[in-house]
Design a protein around this ligand. Structure first.
Ligand code: AMP
Length: 219
């Protein structure tokens, strides 16, 4: 049983690394942003409410977020653990998560913080394109698709997230520093924080995460 949290600013590569780790250790990746985008595409009331915050680069309120995540964590595929990508993002969410797991005799094992310099984050996010079908990320200059507008893996259509516009990107970064960075201390106090340099290339970062996990978890 293993519960792992991926932390990092928007654009740090949390999603990419959570996907790699998910395949490596065979646990599902639960991405709060994907769950909100899915709900907003389905047009549910909570999905549309979430979209109004996402489009401004703001966090969705804690009560909506924790409710959605607890429902997701209650599904059978998360019974032996999961990799949380994008949740928690506030100290309150982290505390709610700790309590919810504790009630089931579970706990967070490690929180992995992927560190990337700010100017690199803005560059990454403003050129980012994603596959609408499988969510594989591309970058206009550093990793363009083989066929413009199409995913290399599944042929799906590529799109740019509405919150990846420059002004929204800056808002998301300042929200990250104000509301999410305090979480680092929360996990540091519990001796669960692993810091990883996010500027080593995708495979380099993945390797650093796996070695750090091997070093800190009992085998
Ligand atoms: P992401 O795909 O992780 O970058 O998330 C996209 C957007 O979804 C964020 O900018 C927030 O508006 C919302 N969101 C995702 N996760 C959370 C969370 N844990 N708490 C509040 N809002 C969230």
């Amino acid at each position: 049983m293993m519960y792992i949290i991926m932390l990092g600013a928007p654009g740090a590569g949390k999603g990419t690394q959570a996907d790699i780790l998910s395949r490596e250790i065979g646990l599902p990746r639960i991405a709060s942003g994907d769950l909100f985008r899915q709900a907003s595409e389905e047009g549910t009331r909570s999905g549309l409410a979430a979209k109004s915050y996402m489009d401004k680069g703001l966090l969705v309120p804690d009560d909506m977020t924790t409710k959605m995540i607890s429902e997701r964590l209650g599904r059978p595929d998360c019974a032996s653990g999961c990799i949380l990508d994008g949740f928690p993002r506030t100290l309150h969410q982290a505390e709610v998560l700790d309590r919810a797991l504790e009630e089931q005799g579970k706990r967070i094992d490690e929180a992995i913080y992927i560190e990337v310099p700010d100017e690199e984050l803005v560059k990454r996010l403003s050129g980012r394109w994603l596959c609408r079908t499988c969510q594989t990320p591309y970058h206009a200059t550093s990793s363009p698709p083989e066929t413009p507008g199409r995913c290399n893996k599944c042929g799906g259509e590529l799109y740019q997230r509405s919150d990846d516009r420059q002004e929204t990107v800056r808002e998301r970064l300042s929200v990250f520093f104000a509301q999410t960075v305090p979480i680092l201390d929360h996990y540091k106090k519990q001796s669960k924080l692993i810091r990883v340099n996010g500027n080593l290339g995708i495979q380099g970062v993945a390797g650093a995460i796996i070695s750090a996990l091997k070093a800190s978890l009992p085998s």
